[in-house]
Ligand binder design. Structure first.
Ligand SMILES: [Zn+2]
Length: 667
């Protein structure tokens, strides 16, 4: 950035001044237009040029000013904002776009959670900005012009593209200077082939010499929140404000009614709401503007400052009437007894990730609400894919347990079948029986037939691992050997695969089979959250993520599905760690449910659009043979995912050497 103009120009101005006032005035104006001006910091630009939807001026609140300036500070490469709603973050982004166009054209890439969100953002948030006076002075965005498409805008020296994080295609073939993530905790989880969407997005500007990255989101689940992780990496700035009575600097918290925080009385229908200072003073809401005015951001991780600035901000600081302390309390009292609503409130109002308790849902409630219209052994009527999951039991009562799950759009899932294959794991006949079940077709109520797209098998138990590997090796591209781990990474449910050596009949085979690692904790929390969703009444639609259990599901199976809970274990160093604890002797249904879900994530089903679901549901009628046993294949795209296995083919003696149908079908 250039600094103030050179001194000799000032000298010239001074000389001219003696010639005459009028000429001097003209000359001063002339020079002022020539003078290379320094771009203003974003907060100043906001004050001068930002307009709300009705054309009114927007004055940034003090807490917003510093956040905004981080976007245009040349020393700052990255900004992460963990936030509640109603704090004006999108206004900052809007102003940043206008500032770019006016002062510093660049290739700017936005990522919204979905392509639909991207279009909505473009229409509602971006298009109005492009009509601000300050933008129109330098760029014209004509309606229906090729340079002004919904998700791609071009102007002199730069462009803006808005993408959806729900499609892998959105991360390809584009290089940008700015990468701006919106609501990144709402992105789909990482798939095995594509990786984490947030990480992929940030790769888009790695080669830019002037790269700038930013992410803003309300956080979702503790331990799996991307914005939480980004906040931790950054400077971790909190807004400290002075108490108007004692001057003590502190950042605002909701509190638990004992120490500092928002307080109210009476407890049920409060008529008085105030903020309790850390030193005990009672602060009236009318002081809020003054407090912010005299506040400052303080970094808890100054090592990252100013390179990566991260901010935590929540509704209590906002001066919008909808975020008044009394309003925050009123909403809390409404939702406090409903875990689902409370969770949303914690995310949206406090701007904090929800600490999932991991309490096991009640099995009786799930048993009583089984779907009368669905029967065990039948595929749901909605478009879906089937994924099998196999648990290996040894010792007395040795058997394989196969659960078949259907996955559909909006993260809904249904149990389709539960099959037990008795027999010792060491016995080949046990595995042949399993193959016969896996090769089956499952009917829908209207007579269509479905086969399994994939089958996951738990290889975790060391004793059986070689048998499991050997079986998985015979079904490349169809069977996925899986090992569970508490967690594999932020926002990631399944990782790998890694090559594993195996021994068959005394012969060691190097890198003979692939092994996927599944982050079980995250998926258990997701399942329990889904099981806690209320079943709709009076024909209302089922909520997203609903788990359908058909009529005929046994009580034993349901008990197994909820057989663990998350407990806090105290460690010696005074900290505590969350651990899953088994509350019943058997938990195979839970493990199987988690592994099937992990496979669905690996296939990327969370990002599928309607068209892809229909294609997936239509393709299963075609039959294809299982690939030759000695070929290993990658997981490929959807179409290959909906083909089943044929046990007979797997046993054929000398398979012809040919391309694997699971991979070669790609065109
Ligand atoms: Zn005080």
């Amino acid at each position: 950035m250039r600094k103030s103009p050179p001194a000799k120009r000032n000298k010239a101005l001074a000389t001219l001044a003696v010639i005459g006032d009028e000429i001097a005035e003209a000359a001063r104006y002339w020079f002022s237009t020539l003078k290379p001006r320094k771009p203003p910091p974003l907060s100043e630009f906001m004050t001068d040029h930002a307009r709300s939807d009705d054309g009114a001026r927007i004055r940034p609140f003090p807490f917003q000013s510093d956040m905004a300036d981080a976007f245009t500070d040349p020393q700052t490469e990255q900004v992460s904002c963990r936030k509640s709603s109603r704090i004006g973050y999108s206004t900052i982004l809007q102003c940043f776009v206008a500032w770019r166009i006016r002062w510093s054209p660049a290739r700017t890439l936005f990522y919204q959670p979905t392509i639909d969100d991207a279009e909505k953002f473009s229409r509602d948030d971006l298009d109005p900005v492009l009509q601000w006076d300050i933008v129109r002075q330098v760029a014209e965005f004509k309606p229906r012009h090729p340079d002004n498409q919904i998700r791609a805008k071009r102007y002199k020296g730069g462009w803006i593209q808005i993408k959806g994080a729900n499609s892998p295609k959105e991360f390809r073939r584009v290089t940008a200077d700015d990468v701006l993530l919106e609501e990144c905790d709402g992105y789909p989880w990482a798939t095995k082939e594509e990786g984490d969407p947030a990480r992929l997005a940030f790769k888009r500007n790695l080669t830019s010499p002037r790269r700038f990255s930013a992410a803003g989101s309300t956080p979702k689940v503790k331990g799996f929140s991307r914005i939480d992780a980004l906040f931790e990496q950054g400077s971790q700035e909190y807004r400290y404000v002075p108490c108007p009575h004692c001057g003590h600097m502190q950042y605002l918290v909701f509190g638990d009614g004992t120490g500092a925080g928002i307080r109210w009385e009476p407890k049920k229908n409060p008529t008085r709401v105030w903020y309790q200072c850390q030193q005990g003073c009672e602060i009236d809401e009318a002081e809020k503007a003054w407090m912010d005015e005299n506040g400052e951001w303080r970094a808890h991780n100054p090592a990252a400052f100013p390179r990566h600035r991260s901010f935590h901000i929540w509704a209590a600081y906002s001066q919008h009437p909808g975020a008044a302390w009394g309003e925050i309390v009123r909403e809390f009292l409404e939702v406090r007894h409903d875990p689902n609503l409370l969770r949303t409130w914690v995310n949206q109002v406090l701007g904090e990730a929800w600490q999932e308790k991991g309490e096991a849902p009640e099995w009786q409630r799930l048993y009583d609400r089984r779907e009368k219209a669905m029967a065990l052994g039948t595929v749901p009527s909605w478009p879906c894919i089937l994924i099998g999951s196999i648990d290996v039991q040894r010792g007395a009562g040795a058997r394989l347990e196969l659960d078949v799950w259907a996955f559909g759009s909006d993260r809904k899932r249904a149990l389709v079948d539960h099959i037990e294959v008795d027999g010792a794991v060491a016995n080949q006949e046990t595995w042949k029986q399993l193959d016969r079940h896996l090769a089956r077709e499952w009917p829908t109520q209207d007579g269509r037939r479905f086969r399994l797209a994939r089958a996951a098998i738990d290889s975790g138990d060391g004793t059986n691992t070689m048998s499991v590997y050997a079986w998985a090796r015979r079904h490349p591209g169809f069977a996925m050997a899986i090992k569970g781990r508490h967690a594999v990474g932020v926002g990631q449910a399944i990782a790998g695969p890694t090559w594993q050596d195996l021994t068959i009949a005394g012969r060691k085979i190097k890198k003979g089979v692939r092994l996927w690692t599944v982050g079980t904790s995250m998926l258990k929390l997701e399942l329990y959250g889904a099981l806690n969703l209320e079943k709709p009444v009076d024909g209302d639609p089922y909520p997203d993520g609903y788990v359908f259990l058909p009529d005929g599901t046994s009580d034993e199976w349901i008990k197994q599905l909820v057989a663990e809970q998350l407990v806090q274990k105290n460690l010696r160093n005074g900290r505590s760690r969350a651990e899953w604890e088994q509350t019943r002797p058997r938990n195979e249904a839970l493990d199987n449910a988690i592994y099937a879900r992990a496979v669905s994530i690996a296939l990327g089903v969370d990002g599928w659009g309607e068209k892809k679901w229909r294609a997936a549901a239509g393709i299963e009628r075609k039959r294809r043979k299982i690939p030759p046993p000695d070929e290993q294949s990658e997981l490929t795209d959807v179409e290959t995912a909906t083909v089943g296995t044929k046990a007979k083919a797997a046993q054929s003696k000398k398979p012809p050497r040919r391309a694997n149908p699971f991979t070669s079908r790609r065109r």
